[in-house]
Design a protein around this ligand. Structure first.
Ligand SMILES: CCCCCCCCCCCCCCCC(=O)SCCNC(=O)CCNC(=O)[C@H](O)C(C)(C)COP(=O)(O)OP(=O)(O)OC[C@H]1O[C@@H](n2cnc3c(N)ncnc32)[C@H](O)[C@@H]1OP(=O)(O)O
Length: 267
C-alpha cells in the first residue's frame, strides 16, 4: 500500500497532463477539457515523440477510467480493483437485497453533466442551468481508483433511507491512518443528500451536525446509513449513523436539515 501511495503524485500529475494532451488530439466535444492556460504549458512539456508516446498511453488509461466500453460515461458505483473483500461482500449483500426491488443501487458519475437520463437527479436539479463539463463532483474528483472516496449508494424508497458502502482511501487522511473528519462529513452529506433529493427534489444542506464517536481507519469499510425522519414544509430533517462493516463500532452520528429550493435562478 505504501509504495502505491508514494508513486501516486507523479502518476496523478502525468495523468492530468496527458489528459490535456489527449484532448488536443480529440474533437472539441471530448472530455475532460483542458483548464485555461494549462494547455499552453502542456504543449511545451510534451514536445518530442517519447513524451507523446507516454502521453498516449496515459491518455488511454485516463480515457478508460472515465468511459465504459460502450462509450457511455463510466458508472463509478461498481466494483473496481481497489475494493477490499469487505467492500465487495457488503456490495454483494445489497445487490442481493435489490433483486426484489426493496433496494436500488444508485449509479454515480464523475460529472454532473453525465448524469442525464431517467436515473438522473442532476438534470432535474440543474434544469435550465448551464451544466459545465469542466467541473467534477467532489467525491469523484480523483483519477486513480482507491485513493479517495470509494463508495456505492443503495436507496430504500419505502423507508426513505440511503445506505452507502464506503471505503475511504489514503488521500483522505486526517490523523495518521484515519479518515479526516471533513471527508466523513462529505460522505454523510452526500448520503443523506441523496435521501433528501429522493423525497424533496432540489434541496441544499442548511445544517449538518456530527458527533464523531470513533475514528475511521483508512482502507476500512463502513456503512453510512441515513434516512429522512420528517418533512415540515420545505424543511427536510434527516439522521445518519456511520457503522463499521461488522456493525460493532459506531463511528459517527449526525442530524441534518435540508431545505427544499423553489428555484436556483435567484442564486
Ligand atoms: C433517487 C434519488 C437519487 C439521488 C442520488 C444522489 C446521489 C448523490 C447525492 C449527492 C448529494 C450532494 C449533497 C451535497 C449538499 C450540499 O453540500 S449543499 C452545499 C452546502 N449548503 C449550502 O451551500 C447552502 C447555503 N445556504 C443557502 O443557500 C440557504 O441558506 C438555504 C439553505 C437554501 C435556505 O435559504 P432559503 O431558501 O432562503 O430558506 P430560509 O427562508 O432562510 O429558511 C427556510 C426555513 O428553514 C430554516 N432554516 C434555514 N437554515 C437553517 C439552519 N441552518 N438551521 C435551522 N433552520 C434553518 C429557516 O428558519 C426557515 O424556517 P421557517 O421560518 O420556514 O420555519
Amino acid at each position: 500500500m505504501l509504495s502505491q501511495v508514494q508513486c501516486v503524485p507523479s502518476s496523478l500529475c502525468c495523468s492530468f497532463l496527458s489528459q490535456l494532451v489527449f484532448t488536443r488530439l480529440l474533437s472539441e466535444n471530448s472530455r475532460p477539457q483542458p483548464s485555461n492556460g494549462a494547455s499552453r504549458d502542456t504543449e511545451v512539456f510534451f514536445h518530442g515523440p517519447v513524451h507523446l508516446c507516454t502521453a498516449g498511453v496515459r491518455a488511454a488509461f485516463v480515457l478508460s477510467t472515465q468511459f465504459s466500453q460502450s462509450g457511455q460515461p463510466k458508472d463509478y458505483a461498481l466494483p473496481n480493483a481497489s475494493w477490499s473483500q469487505g467492500m465487495l461482500n457488503l456490495y454483494n449483500e445489497f445487490v442481493e437485497k435489490s433483486k426484489d426491488g426493496t433496494w436500488k443501487r444508485i449509479p454515480s458519475y464523475r460529472h454532473s453533466s453525465d448524469s442525464r437520463g431517467k436515473e438522473s437527479y442532476f438534470l432535474q436539479f440543474l434544469e435550465g442551468e448551464k451544466m459545465s463539463k469542466d467541473t467534477r463532483l467532489f467525491l469523484r474528483s480523483l483519477d486513480e481508483e482507491g485513493l479517495g472516496f470509494e463508495y456505492v449508494m443503495f436507496l430504500n424508497p419505502s423507508e426513505k433511507r440511503m445506505v452507502t458502502v464506503y471505503q475511504p482511501g489514503p488521500y483522505l487522511e486526517g490523523h495518521p491512518g484515519f479518515a479526516h473528519g471533513g471527508s466523513t462529513a462529505a460522505i454523510i452529506d452526500s448520503t443523506i443528500g441523496g435521501c433528501a433529493i429522493f423525497v424533496a427534489g432540489r434541496v441544499m444542506t442548511a445544517n449538518l451536525s456530527i458527533d464523531f464517536k470513533n475514528p475511521i481507519p483508512l482502507g476500512s469499510v463502513v456503512l453510512v446509513d441515513g434516512k429522512v425522519n420528517r418533512m415540515e414544509g420545505r424543511k427536510v430533517f434527516l439522521s445518519c449513523q456511520v457503522w463499521s462493516a461488522d456493525g460493532q463500532t459506531l463511528h459517527a452520528e449526525a442530524t441534518a436539515l435540508f431545505i427544499q429550493l423553489d428555484s436556483l435562478s435567484r442564486r
